[in-house]
Design a protein around this ligand. Structure first.
Ligand SMILES: [Zn+2]
Ligand SMILES: [Zn+2]
Ligand SMILES: [Zn+2]
Length: 342
């Protein structure tokens, strides 16, 4: 495995060593009573008073490795480096069949705490420029581990989409002296047509230029650039847990599969000679959660000349999602169980 930089788009790409197939496990190593895990958890948090309800482990098939230096080097005009970083699995519950929208909010709040604690901890490592959390859920999302989990990655580079966001946010701020996402939140609240949910501190919208049908963003209605600093300081986990649960419950009436990714500020403590956007990040960047549902088996999105095609207008998606129940449909829970991927 190595990381290569596309000299034209300047995006870093992970190049693997071959096909990435499902992990064949005779039984789930993350279920209670299984002793097959080689290492103790990196972090363990109680859930409803039960010790070790949430556990964080190194990923069994990591994209990044924690040891060593990146050894960034040139190959002619090309750039490449070792995949130094961290890749962790956050086991969200001991219950193999528990989907997030079915859980009480008191069980989702400690999960958010685990996300924040792990991000904050890995940001102490000055090699890592970007640390984030994501969830791939459902057959179509490339979910490899069946037990309910989130994943965390720490990388020595900033992913391309985050770079776009950082640069655009900074440019907007320089022009208007305001944060673009604060402005978006305000306008969406006024217009209302793309609002799916609203609480005291958080807003859920289908974004104006949604890339896929039913795309959702969860954003704070106040300004803050860093998810982990914000959460660990204000401790409003329950409210965010509630809005996240309701959003995923609504979405579960539309699709079983989605990608969820947290966009938080990069590691401003990282060894970085890249000046510029580091200095104003706290003012111009605004953390948020993006949810990209997978509603079609073979997505038309991004297939037409590299332009996203979204078949459902976000206004229609928002109106529909808003009216959907905030409890998930009675799904057969074993749906994603060790299916032989035939
Ligand atoms: Zn399990
Ligand atoms: Zn803002
Ligand atoms: Zn984003």
């Amino acid at each position: 495995m190595e990381i290569r930089k596309d000299p034209i788009t300047r995006s870093w790409v992970l190049i693997g060593d071959g096909e990435y197939s499902d992990i064949a496990e005779p039984s789930c190593p993350y279920c209670p009573g299984q002793e097959s895990l080689p290492l103790p958890p990196i972090l363990s948090l109680p859930l409803d008073g039960h010790h070790g309800g949430i556990r964080v482990f190194p990923h069994p098939r990591p994209l990044y490795r924690i040891e060593g230096e990146t050894e960034r080097r040139a190959e002619g005009l090309y750039d490449k480096m070792r995949p130094v970083g961290a890749h962790e699995v956050i086991i969200e519950t001991p219950d193999h069949h528990s989907q997030l929208p079915m859980r009480p909010e008191t069980e989702i709040a400690p999960l958010l705490e685990a996300w924040a604690l792990r991000i904050a901890d890995l940001k102490k490592d000055r090699r890592f420029k970007y640390v984030t959390v994501f969830r791939n859920v459902g057959e179509l999302s490339g979910q490899h581990i069946r037990h309910p989990h989130s994943e965390l990655t720490a990388a020595t580079f900033i992913p391309r989409r985050i770079l776009y966001e950082l640069r655009a946010s900074q440019e907007y701020f320089q022009m208007k002296e305001r944060c673009v996402l604060c402005d978006i939140a305000r306008q969406e609240e006024l217009q209302g047509v793309r609002v799916v949910d609203l609480s005291r501190r958080y807003l859920v919208i289908c974004p104006f230029a949604s890339r896929v049908p039913y795309e959702l963003w969860i954003l704070p209605r106040y300004h803050n650039s860093s998810f982990e600093t914000d959460l660990l300081r204000h401790r409003e986990h329950l409210e965010l847990a509630g809005i996240l649960r309701r959003t995923l419950a609504r979405l579960s009436h539309v699709t079983d599969s989605y990608h969820l990714v947290l966009h938080t500020s990069p590691n401003t403590q990282a060894r970085a000679d890249i000046a510029g956007y580091w200095t104003t990040i706290e003012e111009d960047y605004h953390w948020h959660i993006e949810i990209l549902p997978i509603t079609e088996k073979r997505s038309k999105s991004y297939s037409i000349k590299e332009v996203y095609y979204c078949s459902v207008p976000p206004e229609t998606a928002a109106a529909r999602l808003k009216d959907l129940p905030t409890i998930p449909p009675a799904l057969p829970q074993a749906k994603f169980e060790f299916q032989t991927s035939g």
